[in-house]
Structure formats: C-alpha cells, structure tokens
Design a protein around this ligand. Structure first.
Ligand SMILES: NC(=O)c1ccc[n+]([C@@H]2O[C@H](COP(=O)([O-])OP(=O)(O)OC[C@H]3O[C@@H](n4cnc5c(N)ncnc54)[C@H](OP(=O)(O)O)[C@@H]3O)[C@@H](O)[C@H]2O)c1
Length: 356
C-alpha cells in the first residue's frame, strides 16, 4: 500500500536517494524545504535517480525556526504522513555549538514532537558512532542516564556537529518515549556514492577524502593497519531506510547501516588510488600525532583535513547481524562496496573533468 511520507533533508545527499526510493515504490512524499523554489530541480534530480518526481510536493520550513517555521496550511499538508523521515541537519565541520544545537538538537526535537502529535512513525537518521558504546562512554556520555551527561564537555571533546548529533539522539529517544510515540533509528556509516553510478555530492566527507588523495594531499595513512572508515553505499542505505520505516518489527529498534566488508583504510586508499591513477600512501601516521599536527595554524586548510573528521576513523568492529537479517527479510542485496568505491571515484573524476 502506498503511504504518505514527510521528509526533512530531502534535498541532501541521502535524502535525494531516499526520496527516489520512496517515490519509485509509489509513496507520495512531502519535503520540508527552506527554499521551495528548489522543488522543480529536485523533481528532475529524483527522476534521474530512478524515482518519480511527480509524487513530490513541498512545504516551506526551517529546522532552526520555532515550530519548524510551518504555517497552518503546511501543518495540514503533512498531517496525513504515515512516516516522518528526519534527515535534515547542519552537516559540516567547524560549526559553532549554538548553530549546531539550534538545527540539529532543537530542530530534531521539534520534528519528533510533530511526528508524535500526528501519530506518524519517526524514522531518525543517527550515525554509526552511536553504536560504539565504548566510544560514547569515553566522551563522557552517561548511557544509563543520558540526561545526566555534561553535553558541554562532549561538544568540547568531539566538535559541534558530532556533539549535536549525539545529544539529539538521546534527547529524541527520551522525548518519544515520554510521548509514547513510535520511533525507528537508522545509524549510517560514512556514506559512499551510488554503487553503480557513483553519484555523490561534493560536500560529502568521502568525496573530500577522495579529492585529497587525487590531489596528492594525503602523504600518509591516518591511524594503524587496524584502522578503517566504515562505509555504506547510498543506494543500499536508501532502501534500508525505506524498508525499516514500514516494517512493524522495526518500531523501537536501532539499525546499523554499515557494510562490514569495508576494507581497512590502507586497502581502501589503495583501491581508490588505483581507480584515480595516483599513488597511494603506504606509511601510517598515528591519529594522536595527526591531531596534534592539525593544531598548527593553517595546516587543516593546507591539508584540507579537519580534526573532527578523524573521529570517524577507528578500529572498532561492529555486529551487523540484525541489519543482515532485516536486509534478507526484505530481499535487499548488499552491493559490492569495492565496486561502489571505484564508481564513486570515477564519478568524481568525471565531474571534475566536466567542470574543467
Ligand atoms: N553522509 C554521511 O556520511 C552521514 C553519515 C552518518 C549520518 N549522516 C546523517 O544523515 C543525515 C543526512 O545526511 P546527508 O549526508 O544527506 O546531509 P546533507 O547532504 O548535508 O544534507 C543535509 C540536508 O539538511 C537540510 N538542512 C540543513 N539545515 C536545515 C535547516 N535549518 N532547515 C531545513 N533543512 C535543513 C539541507 O537542506 P538545504 O538543501 O536547504 O541545505 C539538506 O537537505 C544527517 O542527519 C547526517 O547527520 C550522514
């Protein structure tokens, strides 16, 4: 059955692919857009990504405004949504805490309250670091009673973007439980381009890493041979978000969208370098040393690397058995992550060539 959906962040990278997947499957979608003038272009993009742009509508709103900036007509338009997908976020390094909190924490709470008030399921995009409890404890998050966490310390340790994502997660969980409302959380790993076309947006962290490798700015491999940057391809993630949202068994669940076959960072850089026709770094540089080096004024800009991005490179391995079972139940096939990486690198090279 086709179900009405409301999507925040639908103009973003994951959002575009999610909306393509939803509309391809016949679900009408209303987007929350800061600039509704973007709707016609988005319809075209969703068509190009294999969806049906005709099933797209939009309301004007802003996650950073009280009540999401929705007027009464817009509230009415989204009232029928069976699922509210919350993907919208200020996603960047170097944000101020106030800016990140206003959109990523207060905005997420406002979306949660909207979903609860109209009995829609909320599908929240978290992040894979939320599945690494050891890491959360090290940051000072009280997992037994998250409300006792000193968030200012967490923001200082991890940066405003990731701090706000962690705070939003625990606050939305608590709010939805108080309101007795239905929530499913999907925690994506770092998102790789489309497994066949390689489509990715240039502001994505992986596109930045590939750009640095192509430009010869990556002189060493961050971390040890055990370090990796867990990935998920955007097309698989979009399908997973869609099936999780309509699966009754996933109400109240947290799902890790991470491809456990992602190679370690060394292997990943070698594969990418081969596709790009450049040489891959072979020496390792310990993360604490790199973090220290990045304190040197001007170096982050020179190396086009922000210290906040290093937190996603780690040694922890994750249990993805529940995700495998969910994918199997819905007959979702995991694309080959090595091929997805190659397609992403080729896509970025072609984009660069067409810009030049
Ligand atoms: N990409 C990853 O590697 C990754 C990994 C883990 C988790 N995630 C999470 O997945 C979600 C989507 O990520 P993404 O990569 O698709 O991000 P993205 O490409 O940066 O897109 C962000 C989206 O949020 C919207 N947005 C930002 N500020 C807004 C505001 N004040 N009001 C309304 N909308 C606003 C943007 O709209 P405009 O078009 O108006 O700017 C855009 O649609 C985020 O929650 C992110 O934290 C991403």
């Amino acid at each position: 059955m086709h179900k009405q959906c409301f999507v925040t962040g639908g103009s973003g990278f994951i959002g575009q692919h999610l909306v393509a997947s939803l509309t391809r499957n016949g679900h009408p979608v209303t987007l929350l857009l800061r600039s509704p003038a973007a709707l016609p272009a988005l319809r075209g993009q969703v068509d190009r990504l294999g969806g049906n742009g005709q099933l797209l509508g939009a309301v004007t709103g802003d996650l950073g405004k009280p009540g999401l900036g929705l007027d009464a007509a817009a509230r009415e338009q989204v009232r029928q949504a069976a699922v509210v997908f919350h993907l919208g976020a200020q996603f960047a390094w170097g944000l101020s805490v106030a800016q990140a909190r206003q959109v990523n924490v207060e905005g997420a709470l406002a979306v949660a309250e909207l979903a609860a008030s109209q009995a829609s399921r909320l599908l929240l995009a978290g992040g894979f670091m939320l599945a690494n409890h050891e890491h959360l404890r090290r940051l000072g998050i009280d997992l037994q009673a998250p409300s006792r966490t000193d968030w200012a310390t967490v923001y200082r340790r991890i940066g405003a973007y990731e701090g706000s994502k962690l705070e939003a997660h625990f606050k939305v969980l608590a709010r939805m439980s108080e309101l007795n409302a239905e929530l499913t959380v999907v925690h994506p790993a770092t998102v790789c381009g489309h497994s066949r076309s390689g489509h990715i947006l240039p502001a994505q962290p992986l596109a930045g890493l590939i750009g640095n490798l192509a430009g010869g700015l990556l002189g060493a491999i961050p971390g040890s041979p055990a370090h990796w940057l867990p990935l998920v391809s955007v097309d698989f993630l979009a399908e997973l978000l869609r099936v999780a949202a309509f699966d009754q068994e996933q109400a109240g669940q947290e799902i890790l969208a991470l491809d456990a076959r992602t190679p370690n960072l060394h292997g990943m850089l070698q594969q990418l370098a081969q596709t790009l026709g450049v040489s891959a770094p072979s020496r390792h540089l310990p993360i604490p040393l790199l973090r220290w080096l990045l304190k040197i004024p001007g170096l982050p800009r020179l190396l086009r690397t922000e210290p906040e991005s290093l937190d996603f490179i780690q040694t922890t391995r994750f249990d993805t058995a529940a995700t495998q079972a969910l994918a199997q139940r819905h007959q979702l096939l995991w694309p080959d992550i090595a091929q997805a990486l190659q397609a992403t690198a080729r896509y970025l090279v072609n984009e660069q060539l067409s810009r030049d």
